[in-house]
Design a protein around this ligand. Structure first.
Ligand SMILES: Nc1ncnc2c1ncn2[C@@H]1O[C@H](COP(=O)(O)OP(=O)(O)OP(=O)(O)O)[C@@H](O)[C@H]1O
Length: 258
């Protein structure tokens, strides 16, 4: 990973919102380089600017200060190369699984044959072959999540941005989807930027954890997680790292979900 090229750079990025004459500094002087293929978790308590940072990378917000670059070019707005997966999945309820996944290529007016090949490929990749022709309301939360990821991938994302995608799921589904996401990440060599406030989730998933703190939102530390995979959540190394992250977080905040 260390010799992979840098796909994303944030240089002293700050974001201040103005609400009814009051200024809220959501992010202060955040600098970060992400290499292609990394799985990076942004970890921190509520209000520390995780979503703001992710939304700047997605191109939904512009930085007030500093700059955000992808492949060394300024991020100036949303782009399919940076695909966002939302907690509520953001699927089109009136389209089937197949048409949701093929939506990006279809809106870019790709030839019908190419759209079909692309959708077939990603439907297979996320194991939804039997559900290709059903509608989102007929799927479980986990399956919707897979469709959302497949849709982003079919749209040629190089980087997948996920804002607490498993926050609304029960513990078992969450664990299964974490495994599935890791499998997909290993197969596709994607770059993932993943927001969570769960220490355990960050240690299970990532090869880097960026710890953030609030008031104003900032990056506090940047830790490499080089535990072997699959990770043993009851192992000593895992728990040492979990404890160390927990004390980092608690030195800045009140309570954070572990
Ligand atoms: N569009 C906005 N307008 C005004 N203030 C905002 C806006 N978006 C975020 N903020 C403020 O910026 C700060 C950081 O918010 P942000 O959502 O980035 O934090 P977070 O770490 O993702 O929190 P959470 O874990 O609760 O989602 C908060 O004080 C929030 O109220």
């Amino acid at each position: 990973m260390s010799d992979a090229p840098t796909i994303l750079s944030l240089r002293n990025v700050g974001k201040t919102f103005e609400v009814q004459g009051r200024r809220i500094e959501a992010l202060h002087d955040a600098s970060l380089d992400v290499k292609r293929g990394e799985f990076v978790c942004l970890l921190g308590a509520s209000g520390c600017g995780k979503s703001t940072l992710l939304r700047i990378v997605a191109g939904f917000e512009t930085a007030t200060t500093g700059e955000a670059l992808m492949w060394n070019r300024p991020i100036e707005g949303p782009d399919p190369s940076r695909g966002m997966v939302f907690q509520d999945y953001g699927l089109f309820p009136w389209l089937t699984v197949r048409d949701n996944i093929g939506f990006g290529p279809a809106s870019r007016r790709r030839p019908a044959r190419e759209i079909q090949e692309t959708t077939d490929h990603y439907i297979d990749l996320v194991g939804l072959g039997r559900f290709a022709d059903v509608y989102p309301h007929q799927l479980s939360g986990g399956m919707k999540q897979r469709v959302a990821i497949a849709r982003v991938l079919a749209n040629e994302a190089e980087m997948v941005l996920m804002d607490e995608p498993f926050g609304a799921l029960d513990a078992m589904t969450r664990e299964r989807l974490q495994d599935e996401l890791l499998g997909l990440w290993e197969r596709t060599k994607l770059t993932v930027l993943f927001v969570t406030h769960s220490i355990e989730e960050a240690v299970v998933l990532s090869n880097r954890v960026i710890v953030m703190s609030a008031g104003p939102g900032r990056i506090d530390s940047d830790l490499t997680v080089d535990l072997p995979r699959p990770r043993d959540v009851s192992g000593t190394d895992f728990n040492d790292l979990r404890r160390s992250l927990s004390s980092k977080l608690h030195s800045h905040h009140g309570k954070v979900a572990a």
